[in-house]
Design a protein around this ligand. Structure first.
Ligand SMILES: [Zn+2]
Length: 347
């Protein structure tokens, strides 16, 4: 799997100027390629593809008209244009509203990418060598692991960064047999309630408490996304650490796109949280299962219907299960998740 490592670069004044030139030349190439595609489409109804444009690179560079130093870096710019058009045509095909790919302003074009390490760039002990710029001081606050595939140089505000996308092997963690079902609380979207941890309920009760606290904060300060992300990272880490099997509600099943609920759910960050969870679960060798969320609050894990109104916060079933609504839902999610799994021996 791929993992990205990001490090701060400390270019001196001269190098900063050279970096800005590289960015601005990349941007110029991007816009020129976009222009050419527009013109070809307008005048001949013909759409150009990546190779039509890449084949011209040699000549353009030979004419001395392009100051982007690395050849493969130039190709990568053309690929970005290609991707933008691809996405555009895909949206049209799906009859979605599609904005024509736009020109980029020099201010907002803020990265160049080298498709391979060692070509136009090289990571040295304390520097990153960049073609056309020189050896830029880099702070490797943690080691790069795996094999470096692509290298990007990025401007963020006044700072510069190097991003290494590396091929790393997924490292399975020691197995444990804990299981968890997570209930996003669809109806009252602000309660993401936690399910059962077989071996370690106390641990999760704490997480849940923290979660509730944070959600209260989130509803007040919705714009503090960093704080929320940080919390989501921590919580997803805890869940993955503590559980071998994780069942979650799959919100895509509901076809929420466009509805108010989708907006609310997105607002709570459920999808970004799910992404973190999925990513961490994968790299830890955990199992993540998405289940159909419909009816999870209206059934008892024993199989009997347990109709509730939104205001009913308790779950009481003739089978004897009495608990909170959210806890019952998460048990049901876990049950559904497990029922989707082939039975395997648990040691
Ligand atoms: Zn029951």
């Amino acid at each position: 799997m791929r993992k990205t490592f990001k490090y701060r670069l400390y270019p001196n004044a001269a190098q900063q100027e050279l970096l800005r030139v590289q960015l601005s030349e990349a941007c110029r190439l991007y816009n020129a390629a976009l222009q050419e595609r527009r013109d070809a489409y307008k005048s001949h109804g013909k759409s150009l593809d990546y190779y039509d444009q890449a084949n011209q690179l040699k000549e353009i560079r030979a004419s001395g008209n392009l100051g982007l130093a690395n050849y493969h870096c130039c190709q990568e710019v053309l690929k970005r244009v290609h991707k933008a058009f691809d996405a555009f045509f895909r949206r049209i095909k799906r009859k979605q509203r599609a904005g024509y790919p736009r020109f980029k302003s020099h201010r907002r074009y803020d990265s160049i990418t080298f498709p391979s390490h060692g070509d136009g760039n090289k990571l040295l002990e304390k520097h990153l060598r960049v073609q056309g710029v020189g050896d830029i001081k880099i702070k490797l606050h943690r080691p790069v692991s795996g094999k470096i595939k692509t290298v990007s140089v990025k401007r963020e505000g006044n700072h510069w960064y190097a991003c290494f996308s590396c091929e790393v092997s997924a490292q399975p963690w020691p197995e444990n047999t804990n299981q968890i079902g997570i209930d996003v609380g669809l109806e009252s979207f602000a309660t993401l309630s936690t399910g059962e941890i077989v071996d370690n309920p106390g641990h999760f009760a704490q997480a849940e408490k923290r979660l509730r606290r944070t959600q209260r904060r989130v509803s007040v300060h919705r714009d503090i996304t960093n704080q929320r992300r940080d919390f989501q990272h921590k919580l997803s880490r805890e869940i993955v650490d503590a559980n071998q099997f994780i069942a979650v509600e799959d919100l895509n099943v509901l076809g929420l796109a466009g509805g108010m609920l989708a907006k609310s759910v997105a607002d709570v960050g459920w999808s970004s949280f799910l992404n973190m969870l999925a990513y961490k679960a994968e790299s830890a060798g955990r199992q993540l299962v998405r289940v159909d969320p419909r009816g999870t609050s209206q059934r008892c894990p024993c199989g009997q219907p347990a109709p509730k109104k939104l205001a009913d916060r308790q779950h009481v079933c003739t089978c004897g299960l009495r608990t909170t609504r959210d806890h019952a839902s998460s048990l049901e999610i876990l049950r559904l998740g497990l029922s989707l799994q082939p039975l395997t021996a648990v040691q």
